[in-house]
Design a protein around this ligand. Structure first.
Ligand code: SOE
Length: 388
């Protein structure tokens, strides 16, 4: 019988729901799980709504004070699924209490916070993992395997976009994601962090960036009294948008590859379009989240008469990572599975005493790239991320 670990989840909205589902599913589907999560407590500021969330998502109890949660003896793992402005405070306190920390992306709102969080988990000797969930799409793991095995040769190009359109209406209100003091940045940190992390995993370290950001709609209605997530309601008073709506940047990688990145919340019709193309000396790879079970692959090694882009359905448990836990080949999985895979790796990492990727070190390096893009966009030309 596997050992157990008590989990305390801070945050109960969109990400809280996705993380709860992962903790609920993981032991049922991964028979080799070394450490079973016990869903002890979910925490949020509003007692009535967090109580509802506890019941709906399957937590044993609820709390309204995260400081008490991180100090509890029956909790071994703190999951931070809040907006970025309190990631650092919670993670550092949790580590100081000897708790392992799982944290939503981006790791922090500033590079300094990310560095402090990294130091905190290192000093405490606990696991620190950032939930960059797209690392755990089986088709993206297949891309990594093909690159690592040299199947596409030397990588020359990384070309990535992450496009959304949910704030395009000018009267869409000032939700927290549009407030710099809560979110840190706009599309850059929310979406750019994902494709920077994927680029680092698939291509390698980024050495220098040159970028621009744009805020198309600078004033929006403040929130009506009852705030919400992506479907929030507008009030009468106007306020200032303090983050970017879009960010575009070029990057050079340590291995000589050239990269382009574009993220926006102003791409009409693109609800959640996360896509990349990688071109190597012997082949190319294309991924698109809207077809997340597929990887489009071109390999020079194919016989000339059938050479061309082919769509690989990455659903075979015998060949593709994570899928032996789920269904027979061809039975596709969805976005929520990436969170379950992440929690599986997290719990395996805790059992083995190692921080799985993306570790807090990866999170800090991603943050360094985000900060370099911000500096460059403010007029700095090419900027080197500060990984020190
Ligand atoms: C909203 O833009 C959002 O939910 C991001 O915060 C997530 O990280 C991304 O996966 C989907 O879009």
């Amino acid at each position: 019988m596997a050992q157990t670990i008590g989990v305390g989840l801070i945050g109960y909205k969109f990400m809280g729901k996705a993380h709860s589902n992962a903790f609920r599913q993981v032991a049922h589907f991964f028979p080799d799980l070394a450490l079973r999560p016990e869903m002890k407590v979910i925490c949020g500021r509003n007692a009535a709504t967090v109580q509802e969330a506890a019941q709906q998502f399957g937590w044993q109890s609820y709390a309204t004070d995260w400081q008490q949660v991180v100090a509890r003896d029956d909790i071994g793992l703190i999951d931070v699924a809040t907006p970025g402005d309190i990631h650092a405070e919670i993670a550092i306190a949790a580590a100081a209490h000897g708790k392992h920390v799982f944290c939503e992306k981006p790791l922090a709102n500033t590079l300094q916070e990310a560095k402090d969080m990294l130091t905190a988990v290192q000093k405490a000797g606990v696991v620190g993992m950032v939930n960059f969930n797209y690392r755990r799409v089986p088709a993206i793991q297949l891309a990594k395997q093909l690159i690592d095995d040299g199947r596409i040769g030397q990588v020359y190009h990384w070309r990535a976009v992450y496009l959304q359109d949910w704030i395009m209406a000018p009267n869409f209100p000032l939700v927290w994601r549009l407030d710099k003091s809560v979110a840190g940045t706009g599309a850059l940190g929310d979406l750019g962090a994902h494709i920077i992390d994927l680029a680092r995993m698939l291509v390698g370290e980024i050495t220098t960036v040159c970028g621009m950001t744009e805020t198309f709609i600078k004033q929006r209605p403040k929130l009506a009294a009852t705030a919400g997530g992506l479907n929030a309601q507008a009030g009468a008073e106007m306020g200032e948008v303090t983050v970017d709506d879009a960010a575009l940047f070029l990057a050079r990688f340590a291995n000589g590859a050239a990269g382009s990145f574009e993220v926006t919340r102003f791409a009409k019709g693109r609800a959640n379009y996360n896509s990349f193309e990688i071109n190597g000396g012997k082949g190319s790879i294309v991924f698109n989240l809207e077809r997340m079970n597929e990887l489009n692959v071109y390999l020079d090694d194919d016989a000339p008469e059938v050479r061309g882009f082919r769509n690989v359905l990455a659903t075979d448990g015998g060949a593709h990572k994570y899928l032996s836990a789920w269904w027979p080949a061809g039975h596709i999985i969805g976005w929520e599975h990436t969170f379950t895979h992440g929690v599986y790796d997290l719990l395996s990492g805790i059992a083995a005493g190692q921080s799985p990727p993306a570790s807090f070190e990866d999170g800090m390096r991603c943050q360094a790239v985000l900060e370099a893009v911000t500096q460059s966009a403010a007029g700095g030309g090419w900027v080197e991320p500060d990984y020190s």
